[in-house]
Design a protein around this ligand. Structure first.
Ligand SMILES: Cc1cc2nc3c(=O)[nH]c(=O)nc-3n(C[C@H](O)[C@H](O)[C@H](O)COP(=O)(O)OP(=O)(O)OC[C@H]3O[C@@H](n4cnc5c(N)ncnc54)[C@H](O)[C@@H]3O)c2cc1C
Length: 411
């Protein structure tokens, strides 16, 4: 087990052997242990440590491994990062972009002009972890057991080290190794809901992409493609392709074997906007199961981020939801709980019943399920909604363009 504080000098968490127990494993005492240092756990640990609590953050990986997760954010997500005091550091390492051309069937639907930031997930997590104050302790170890009580919690690491804390925040993402010891169960709301792909592109030699960022929607329900989004990331263009394919569909294999040819065959209007290109990285694929947890209202422990609920990547809502978890827990509930003795289930329940959190969870689930229907459903109702959705966007864009050209009275 490797233990570091951010300046390597101070150990704020107290480390001692239990009184009278010779040779017993060392016990570290903190106010809060955060288990899992992905985006949600790292952000929560930073917020709590900055608020003055003694925090230990534990993850089995010293460096977040390269993995396909969120790669761009903007709008309400940027605002949450700003409120958490993280945006400036993230923005300094991200690639900013603003204008996105939105296209379907070879035709421009509209353009959006919102500040966005592109950054690989490993870099995003590294930057957030780097914001941990020197008073916090980062432990590189696997948490193998969590014992919870109304008064105090005990976290056992793979190295046998023990951490005693008043509150345990579980931010272990989609892993479920700890669920048994916590008595929590997970219910699949939709297995194999979506399949997403991530890869890098560069323009053919000597050329430049006409549009640095574009979104290209699927042609219709038959291709099962929601959209392809292309955006600048460092010195490449990054592609996220969001689909509702079955992972046994022959398309899946064809795309992995010949990604460029398969993409152009499936989205025939794309090449006139993109020009020639090459795919310069392996294609990463992710099959997403949607789930929610059950029996999670327990003494001394709270779940945040993907550990609580997963969402469809195409809905672009996972980070909004996890940042609501982090903000509500760290700014509202945890300070109240820690101000009085005990950490019983009655306290913990307040977080799960928080109106803002519940609204955010419901919205994320509804957007996740809605994207699939908007892409695939061939009932009369959803065909009409799909047509209306794209038509409305084109009409709004037409009026905006006329107004900008001075052809319409803004009143
Ligand atoms: C393909 C894909 C694309 C996505 N795109 C978007 C998008 O465009 N927009 C958006 O908003 N959201 C998107 N998301 C969702 C977003 O990426 C996730 O919601 C977010 O990454 C979840 O972060 P987390 O910290 O909860 O979990 P994770 O990042 O999975 O972190 C969990 C951490 O816990 C650690 N851990 C687990 N078990 C233990 C243990 N026993 N002991 C110690 N450590 C442990 C792991 O090592 C890991 O570091 C996407 C997700 C996927 C899969």
């Amino acid at each position: 087990m490797l233990s570091t504080t951010t300046d390597g000098l101070r150990e704020a968490a107290q480390l001692h052997a239990p009184a009278g127990v010779a040779g017993a494993p060392a016990v570290r005492e903190v106010d809060v242990v955060v288990v899992g240092a992905g985006l949600s756990g790292s952000a929560a640990a930073v917020a709590l440590a900055r608020a003055g609590y003694r925090v230990a953050l534990a993850d089995r990986h010293a460096i977040c491994p390269p993995q396909f997760r969120v790669e761009k954010f903007g709008g309400e997500q940027a605002e949450s990062f700003r409120r958490l005091g993280l945006l400036e550091a993230i923005a300094a390492e991200a690639t900013p972009f603003k204008t996105v051309m939105n296209l379907r069937r070879g035709v421009l639907i509209d353009q959006t002009h919102t500040p966005f930031y592109a950054i690989r997930y490993g870099d995003l997590v590294r930057v957030v972890r780097d914001q941990l104050p020197a008073t916090a302790t980062f432990l590189v170890d696997e948490v193998v057991d969590i014992q919870t009580r109304p008064e105090g919690q005990r976290v056992i690491l793979g190295s046998d080290e023990v951490i005693d804390a008043r509150l345990v925040v579980v931010a272990t993402g989609m892993g479920e190794a700890l669920w048994n010891s916590l008595g929590i169960t997970r219910r699949a709301t939709f297995e194999k809901h979506s399949v997403s792909f991530g890869f890098d592109l560069t323009p053919a030699q000597g050329s430049r992409f006409r549009y640095p960022a574009l979104t290209y929607y699927g042609e219709g329900p038959a291709d099962r493609i929601d959209y392809l989004t292309l955006f600048p990331m460092g010195d490449v263009t990054r592609a996220n392709l969001f689909t509702f394919l079955d992972d046994r569909d022959p398309w899946f294999r064809a795309f992995r074997r010949e990604p460029k040819a398969t993409l152009l065959r499936t989205l025939p209007g794309l090449s006139s906007f993109l020009g020639d290109f090459q795919i310069t990285s392996p294609v990463q694929a992710w099959v997403m199961n949607l789930y929610e947890v059950e029996r999670h209202e327990r003494d001394g422990v709270v779940l945040i981020g993907d550990a609580f609920q997963t969402n469809c990547p195409a809905a672009g809502i996972g980070v909004s939801r996890l940042l609501v978890d982090v903000e509500r827990l760290c700014a509202v509930h945890a300070p109240r709980w820690l101000a009085s003795p005990g950490m019983g289930r009655d306290k913990i329940s307040e977080y799960y019943h928080d109106d803002v959190k519940q609204t955010s969870d419901r919205r994320a689930l509804s957007l996740s399920l809605g994207r699939r229907l908007l892409t695939l459903d061939t009932s009369l109702q959803w065909r009409a909604r799909r047509r209306q959705h794209f038509l409305r966007r084109r009409v709004v864009a037409w009026f905006r363009a006329r107004r900008a050209a001075g052809g319409l009275d803004p009143a």
